[in-house]
Write a protein that binds this ligand. Sequence first.
Ligand SMILES: Cc1cc2nc3c(=O)[nH]c(=O)nc-3n(C[C@H](O)[C@H](O)[C@H](O)COP(=O)(O)OP(=O)(O)OC[C@H]3O[C@@H](n4cnc5c(N)ncnc54)[C@H](O)[C@@H]3O)c2cc1C
Length: 376
Amino acid sequence: MPAFSLDPPQTAWCAELRALAAERLRPLAEKGEPGHVNRPLVAELGQLGLSQRLFTSGAVDLCLMRESLAYACTEAETALALQGLGAYPVHAYGTPAQRDRWLPGVAEGSTVAAFALSEPGAGSDAAALELAAEPDGPARWRLTGEKCWISNAPEADFYTVFARTTPGAGARGVTAFLLPADRPGLTGAGLDMLSPHPIGSLDFEAVPVTADDVLGEPDRGFRVAMGTLNLFRPSVGAFAVGMAQAALDATLAHTARRDAFGGKLKDLQAVAHQVAEMALRTEAARLMVYAAATAYDEEAPDVPRRAAMAKLLATETAQYVVDRAVQLHGARALHRGHLLEHLYREVRAPRVYEGASEVQRGIIAKELYADMEAGQ
Ligand SMILES: Cc1cc2nc3c(=O)[nH]c(=O)nc-3n(C[C@H](O)[C@H](O)[C@H](O)COP(=O)(O)OP(=O)(O)OC[C@H]3O[C@@H](n4cnc5c(N)ncnc54)[C@H](O)[C@@H]3O)c2cc1C
């Protein structure tokens, strides 16, 4: 794999995306209500053609969008990513009828999607999920149970829902369903979390589904979930890199102008070396994210390991960089509404979702030993 570098059109596109995020998306994000889906923001992402690009370009473009939007407007970044996470299973595994019904609305920004895998009793161990899909006649089921910490719930227009069609079969007994939000028996509630984006729980009381709602094949839904996460994992890393870069740039500006001890903060070597370390780690994470995304686009065999490494390194790095940035800004960073106060809340959850850091280490180790045994 060659070392990663952006070509000039990609660099120009990133600059354009940052400008769009600052000028067109940030004002809409600021008008949004915390904890609720911001439909005008989602619509604008559609108008700008970014939602369409979720499906027409590869993992590298997805990462470029997520990093660039995160730099200037994390709310827009997350709104776009959630559309991708919820709708990618329809794009990749849906029938023509499912795709025609739902994807145009996602692309134009009028339809809100969500990805519902986690449950109160099955987070990291997603194969233990228990939302029951009980047979209700031929090719019909009723969904009964609960989903928890589902971004965009309960306000999404449809959910990619993973349910157990074969009890006791672990990952092999899970089916993915495309569930419109207005199905009888489906209710939900918002959750008040540290991270500012909309998130909630879903309650299923004998919700009817049929073969027409299945994404992929019955009992093969875990592949849908893992196929989606393999694409999105490096892009969670890109989100983290965008936040780290924003924190780094704010720190450069602040330490260059803040008077302290007869000079500027940056004149203190202890400060300058911290800034250097922040830049070093951010760049290392960025390289790993784009290497993983490139591997995905090239259908390389080592995507799971690379995706796990990229997500792990970038999210841990962003936590470090944002924390350092807060430190070097002092008290002002802790004012509510300050960029760093916002990033400090945003940066925490990515180390937990789409596979906690420990889970990524497990994947990396498993892949390494499997490669060793295969003699590679
Ligand atoms: C902001 C936010 C948004 C989310 N959005 C969605 C969404 O849209 N859709 C969705 O389905 N889910 C979503 N989730 C849920 C998320 O995927 C789960 O939180 C995650 O999978 C971890 O599950 P858990 O919280 O139950 O933690 P647990 O599985 O209980 O794990 C707790 C901790 O135990 C440790 N641990 C777990 N497993 C291992 C292991 N194998 N080895 C070593 N240590 C381990 C880790 O430190 C881990 O953080 C979201 C979560 C958050 C915070």
